[in-house]
Design a protein around this ligand. Structure first.
Ligand code: NAD
Length: 415
């Protein structure tokens, strides 16, 4: 999945922040490691009667600000270091958005594309059963991530509820609406990212109705980013891609036609009327906004110098390496760092937890308005810190988030 070790990158980013903030050494030492991590083996009965054992992880990185929160990823190349990195980034993301939550993450090494629906359900239930003693609304609250979805969340919530002998909707978020989901959760990550792009465009004087946008990854984050950029801003989506390839059309791709093609064929590749484009070439297109919305470390020291976009909006987690960051900064690319850009998902997940607790559900418009308020505020907190410290947007996001977690740790007497 990745060329470098993502957790080492996360640690380097934290070390950099510790220097900028002159962070207390005790706080720094605690924040360099996950607070707790679990490695379990999940036996699953396959359709042919055999038993397959899937390695599964849950990392609870830091809970100074509240219960840990973070998605579960099903991926054949999942590693514990990816889960650790993603759990660290969740910690910073929740702190940056000022949510009363810590950071966590989970993963299973599996190839969901090769599993039948019944096998996927048994695997999802096995995960919820095995981790049931270690998760819960006050402890650690999972959610969807790459190759997990609302249906999987519904199975997991149901399994956890059976273990507890009571309905426990609040155990995880990203559920379907009729079993405790929140209105507005489906497109929340992309919607939140677009709010940060709107704010950045305002600062840079970029007219989004004339903007050309390229998007890598066409799942939950990527598809909704394409659809909303077109419907909300009138932008032109010139390229999209997924794991099997990409397509380019200079006058624009209709996001819903691309989605229908992907649903029919398994990929956006081969979309009629569009030209094929390799995933790597998509990143180097002459566009106004580039949105990586797939996996980690796609913009590196090798290709960062060829990124032509004015705004790099990181909907994916960890798409940019530290070497690339330096080049992008020198070239004046405005980077909206991942744990700011993609924080809309966890923000609406937090709203889902609040609604589950209250047993009272909000209208979609209320979710959108509250999301907009929080994302706009977070973007400007980061921009202001970037100007105050004279650092990049990523370093500024770290400074805001880490000092918030550090304050919570100090107030709780951990250091
Ligand atoms: P998803 O499973 O819905 O979609 C992933 C997409 O990436 C698919 O279209 C897949 O084909 C594509 N992809 C996989 N490997 C690729 C490759 N090598 N090159 C190009 N495309 C590739 O996942 P998602 O939920 O959209 O998550 C995408 C990214 O956004 C991840 O980094 C995830 O951590 C991040 N994210 C998602 C959410 C959320 O709420 N869904 C929240 C925050 C961050």
């Amino acid at each position: 999945m990745t060329s470098g070790n993502p957790f080492e990158i996360a640690q380097r980013q934290l070390d950099d922040c510790a220097r900028i903030l002159d962070l207390d050494p005790g706080v720094h030492a605690i924040l360099r490691q996950p607070m707790r991590e679990m490695h379990l083996a999940l036996p699953v009965r396959m359709d042919d009667g055999s038993v397959q054992v899937f390695p599964a992880y849950r990392v609870q990185y830091n809970d100074a600000k509240g219960p840990t929160k973070g998605g579960i990823r099903f991926h054949p190349e999942e590693t514990i270091d990816t889960v650790r990195a993603l759990a660290a980034w969740m910690t910073w993301k929740c702190a940056l958005l000022d949510l009363p939550l810590g950071g966590g993450k989970g993963g299973v090494i599996c190839n969901p594309k090769s599993l039948s629906r019944n096998e996927l359900e048994r695997l999802s239930r096995a995960y919820a059963r095995a981790f049931a003693p270690f998760i819960g609304p006050d402890v650690d609250v999972p959610a969807p991530d790459v190759y997990t979805n609302p249906q999987i969340m519904a199975w997991m919530m149901d399994e956890y509820s059976k273990v507890l002998h009571k309905n426990a909707f609040g155990v995880l978020t990203g559920k379907p609406l009729c079993v405790g989901g929140s209105a507005g959760r489906g497109d929340a990550t992309a919607r939140g990212g677009l709010i940060t792009i709107r704010e950045a465009a305002g600062i840079l004087g970029l007219d989004l109705s004339r903007a050309r946008i390229a998007i890598q990854g066409y799942g939950n984050a990527g598809y909704y980013a394409a659809a909303l950029a077109r419907s909300e801003f009138g932008s032109t989506i010139v390229a999209v891609s997924d794991s099997r390839g990409g397509v380019y059309h200079p006058t624009g791709i209709d996001p819903d036609v691309a989605l229908a093609h992907k649903q029919a064929t398994g990929s956006v590749a081969g979309l009629p009327g569009a030209q094929p484009i390799a995933n790597g070439d998509l990143l180097e297109l002459d566009v106004d906004v580039l949105i990586p919305a797939a996996l980690e470390q796609v913009i590196t020291g090798e290709n960062a110098g060829r990124v032509k976009a004015r705004i790099l909006a990181e909907l994916a987690n960890g798409p940019t390496t530290p070497e690339a960051d330096e080049i992008l900064d020198a070239n004046g690319v405005h980077v909206i760092p991942d744990f700011l850009c993609n924080a809309g998902g966890v923000t609406v997940s937090y709203f889902e937890m609040v609604q589950n607790n209250a047993m009272f559900y909000w209208e979609e418009g209320e979710v959108h308005q509250r999301l907009d308020q929080r994302m706009t505020l977070a973007y400007h907190r980061v921009l202001e810190a970037a100007q105050r410290y004279g650092v990049t947007m990523r370093q500024a996001a770290y400074a805001v988030a880490v000092s918030t977690v550090a304050e919570a740790m100090q107030l709780r007497g951990w250091v």
